[in-house]
Design a protein around this ligand. Structure first.
Ligand code: NAP
Length: 235
């Protein structure tokens, strides 16, 4: 079988790996990894140079960058390395969320801008434990995280768990923690219960815009990625 490398860590990457034989690559940042079906490699490549060396050694016929929309460094490295090693690259990225009637969203360009927009309100922070640094000056924070974070202020509350959270869980967290504003990345994907719960409660939501897509070939869904891969799958 021709080797197809999928840069993963998302539901779309796991779905793709369930449909075609690929080698899935994970960063290995969380200890309780959700493994995709099939072959898996874990850990960084060592920057652009490391990825170029890996591509030249293993000679995949194509790379699918199915990382999270906010995994900007990996995506940037994939563009540079695939160009250098002359390997076709596809970016599989789900569409972002769009505002619904009743939503009270403020879109901001960065984590720092989100922190500034929170002000002194009690915030539910859903951007993940690796994105807390810009918020450290805030005191009234409820942080959601998959694993216990380190180095956060003593005044913060941490809610541990793995997304997706149910609508019931979202509703009760907003009430239990007396949340006044929600911060989220524009991760996209299926309608997010946190956005629905905030809408129902009439809460402000600060939505952080995605970093730009640098790849040339971009598709929004797994079926579209499969269609792009077809020429290599039966050669
Ligand atoms: P990042 O900042 O873009 O990447 C940092 C470094 O981690 C990369 O330079 C690379 O190391 C390594 N890396 C990232 N993804 C990798 C992969 N799939 N396979 C091998 N190495 C990888 O990434 P991140 O935002 O920390 O995200 C890490 C992983 O978590 C990604 O796979 C992403 O899909 C997933 N994820 C991220 C988010 C988010 O909000 N950022 C949310 C959900 C899931 P080297 O330079 O050494 O190659």
């Amino acid at each position: 079988m021709p080797l197809i490398l999928v840069l993963g860590g998302t539901a779309e990457a796991r779905e793709l790996a369930a449909q075609v034989p690929v080698l899935s690559s994970l960063a290995g940042r969380v200890s309780a990894l959700e493994l995709p079906p099939g072959e898996v490699r874990i850990g960084g490549f060592g920057g652009v140079d490391g990825l170029v060396a890996w591509l030249l050694e293993h000679r995949p016929v194509a790379v699918v960058d199915a990382t999270h929309p906010f995994a900007a460094q990996m995506s940037r490295h994939a563009v540079a390395a695939c160009r250098a090693a002359d390997v076709p690259l596809l970016r599989l990225q789900r569409p972002g969320w769009t505002e619904q009637p009743g939503d009270r969203w403020t879109r901001v360009p960065s984590l720092a801008a989100a922190a500034a927009a929170v002000g002194d309100r009690r915030v539910l922070l859903t951007t993940g434990r690796q994105a807390v640094e810009p918020f450290l000056a805030l005191t009234r924070v409820v942080l959601r995280a998959i694993e216990p974070p380190e180095g956060i202020p003593a005044s913060w509350t941490v809610v541990l768990g793995r997304p997706p959270w149910s609508l019931e869980a979202e509703r009760s967290q907003l009430v239990e923690h007396r949340i006044e504003v929600v911060v989220t990345k524009d991760s996209g994907g299926p309608a997010a219960p946190k956005l629905q719960a905030a809408r129902e409660a009439g809460l402000d939501v600060i939505v952080i815009d995605r970093p730009p897509v640098l790849a040339t070939n971009v598709v929004p869904t797994v079926p579209a990625a499969l269609a792009w891969l077809r020429p290599w799958m039966w050669t």
